[in-house]
Design a binder for this molecule. Structure first.
Ligand SMILES: Cc1ncc(COP(=O)(O)O)c(C=O)c1O
Length: 338
């Protein structure tokens, strides 16, 4: 059985997410700064992932799947969201995680296990050849009588990106109902799939803002290539009137030490936003991106126009495994590596 071109979207997220003004940061930089709270799309099925999963799980159900198979880091937000959605819909989840089984579960991994996901730990080498791991895991699921559906890391497919095309429609609708017409939307980029969705929204979703991504892991060139390829695939597969943009606006240089570790300035950014605005970022994705955003605002506050909105894509649970570094910084001691 083949799935329809755009499978029915399964409503999983609490939408629309609110848009709030960051009053003290706005006063500090002399421009209006807002945040779109995509960290409030749910509690467990939350962040940007659940918007992608509305489409990916829609396809899984249309194909008659009963087991979601995906992969990520030990603290993957996507894997936790998949585990939560699977439990909510009565499906099974199998997670291929990069790393060794820890003695004690924490953060997203703790929640994934609590939600009943089966976890398979992979070495770096195995993770490099994730397609082979997926082939093995899906074979195992079938051997047990199950029907697997594979979700690539971060839900990074043209189908997943439709979640952020929908978000573009949502923002355009909020603007029609009185939200500020933003000059720029800024967001974290890992694969770039969410950014690709918003960029499609600029062409067919009624969104006029400039879309800026901040890569937190991969080189900007890689993100740029992925964004373009995703839009090309979405156009071909779903018949959308979208083209890869001539320029994909990315702020490079905020990858830090990668997703597994955190630097003092990233943690300091998290502390600043928590204390000044009561909003908690995550250390792996949004904390790095927000550091880049503030850094650029400090250099030229007007570069994003007079109204800019940061899309907070969630990830709070990965804060807890960084408790040692964070506690030290909060108590004024030198940072210890997490
Ligand atoms: C909290 C958070 N923000 C942003 C992203 C980046 O999403 P994308 O892969 O669509 O660029 C991720 C994805 O891993 C995430 O977990």
């Amino acid at each position: 059985m083949t799935a329809p071109p755009v499978p029915p979207r399964v409503p999983l997220a609490c939408l629309p997410t609110p848009i709030l003004k960051l009053e003290r940061l706005s006063a500090c930089f002399g421009v209006e700064i807002f945040v779109k709270r995509d960290d409030l799309t749910g509690l467990l099925e939350t962040g940007n992932k659940v918007r992608k999963l509305e489409f990916l799980v829609g396809e899984a159900l249309a194909l008659g799947a009963d087991t979601l198979v995906t992969c990520g880091t030990l603290q993957s937000n996507c894997c936790r969201a998949v585990a939560a959605v699977a439990a909510r819909l009565g499906l099974r989840a199998v997670l291929a995680l990069r790393g060794e089984k820890p003695d004690t579960y924490d953060g997203n991994l703790l929640l994934g296990r609590l939600l009943g996901a089966e976890v398979v730990y992979c070495s770096e080498d195995e993770f490099e050849r994730i397609d082979e791991v997926f082939a093995r895991l899906t074979e195992d699921v079938r051997a047990r009588g199950g029907r697997p559906y594979v979700i690539p890391e971060s839900g990074a497919t043209e189908l997943g990106a439709l979640g952020y095309l929908e978000c573009a429609h949502e923002i355009a609708e909020q603007v029609r109902h009185g939200a500020p017409a933003f000059d720029t939307l800024v967001m974290t980029a890992f694969s770039g799939g969410s950014q690709a969705g918003l960029l499609m929204g600029k062409q067919v979703g009624g969104l006029s803002a400039e879309i800026v991504g901040i890569p937190i892991a991969h080189a900007a060139s890689q993100v740029r290539e992925y964004v373009g390829a995703t839009i090309t695939r979405a156009a071909a597969r779903f018949g959308l009137a979208v083209d890869p943009p001539k320029a994909v606006h990315l702020l490079d240089g905020y990858q830090g030490m990668g997703r597994a570790s955190i630097r003092k300035e990233e943690l300091a950014t998290i502390i600043r936003l928590a204390r000044e605005e009561g909003i908690v970022l995550d250390p792996v994705y949004t904390g790095k991106a927000f550091l880049g955003f503030l850094d650029h605002l400090a250099r030229d506050p007007k570069q994003f126009g007079s109204r800019v909105c940061f899309i907070h894509t969630g990830g709070i649970f990965s804060l807890f495994p960084f408790r040692a570094s964070l506690s030290n910084l909060l108590d004024g001691h030198p940072l210890v590596d997490a």
